[in-house]
Design a protein around this ligand. Structure first.
Ligand SMILES: Nc1ncnc2c1ncn2[C@@H]1O[C@H](COP(=O)(O)OP(=O)(O)OP(=O)(O)O)[C@@H](O)[C@H]1O
Ligand SMILES: [Mg+2]
Length: 214
């Protein structure tokens, strides 16, 4: 028997691709269709996770060891799942998160070079194997994305070299190739409303199929 639960949607992509913009627009769109939606983000989403986020993103800690960084992401994620994501899914809600597990694989795995087996092991054990039902990957040229973010203060990860961000993008594209059913790639060099229209169509199609099959 199917356990009744909500639907978990994540937005992924490199800096400046429009994740935060599109996650907010998709929430409004789904609410207009009558769904109850919880919008959250990583790292963060709970008081404890937000405190960990401050350490992770502070531009001060240049000495942070890559494995320390990885474990902090997982500490933040575990609390986020236990306190916010899983309870919302148990209530049948739609949860939209601005970044989730694929960020860790792309940034810490493909770009930083940490063993993907370790990351996947931690995802299964520490994060209970929870993965999004649907992931919208916003893909565009790295420099163009970074330019969109110009003017805002750079956090520690955004200070990384362009080459680093190119490896992140490539990592995401590999993931999308491995899981084409779950990860739907959108060209986010288009305007905000064009990207939204595509994301809304993908999400609506997914939800229609899910709830008809329900
Ligand atoms: N499709 C688009 N075309 C042009 N500008 C956009 C588009 N999408 C977002 N923007 C603008 O680009 C900037 C970055 O967008 P946003 O913050 O949504 O990206 P993000 O992926 O969440 O970035 P970050 O990784 O830094 O959180 C914002 O100023 C936003 O208004
Ligand atoms: Mg954002």
């Amino acid at each position: 028997m199917n356990q009744r639960r909500g639907v978990f949607i994540s937005f992924e992509g490199i800096e400046g691709t429009g994740k935060t913009t599109q996650a907010g627009l998709l929430k409004e769109f789904l609410e207009r269709k009558g769904y109850t939606v919880t919008l959250t983000k990583e790292p963060g989403g709970t008081v404890i996770s937000d405190r960990i986020r401050e350490i992770l993103l502070s531009a001060e800690y240049k000495e942070m060891d890559p494995i320390t960084e990885l474990l902090l992401y997982f500490a933040s994620r575990r609390q986020h799942i236990k306190e916010l994501i899983q309870p919302a899914l148990d209530k049948g809600r739609i949860v939209i998160t601005d970044r989730f597990a694929d960020s860790t694989v792309a940034y810490q795995g493909y770009a930083r070079g940490i063993d993907l087996n370790l990351i996947n092991y931690l995802s299964r054990s520490v994060a209970g194997g929870l993965m999004p039902d649907l992931t919208i990957l916003l893909d565009m040229d790295v420099e163009a994305g970074l330019r969109r973010n110009k003017g805002k203060k750079f956090d520690r990860l955004e200070l990384e070299a362009v080459e680093f961000h190119k490896r992140v993008r490539e990592g995401y594209r590999i993931l999308a190739g491995e899981e084409p059913e779950r990860i739907r790639l959108i060209d986010s060099s288009k305007g905000i409303s064009a990207v939204h229209a595509e994301a809304a169509e993908i999400a609506a199609g997914f939800l229609d199929a899910r709830f008809q099959a329900g």
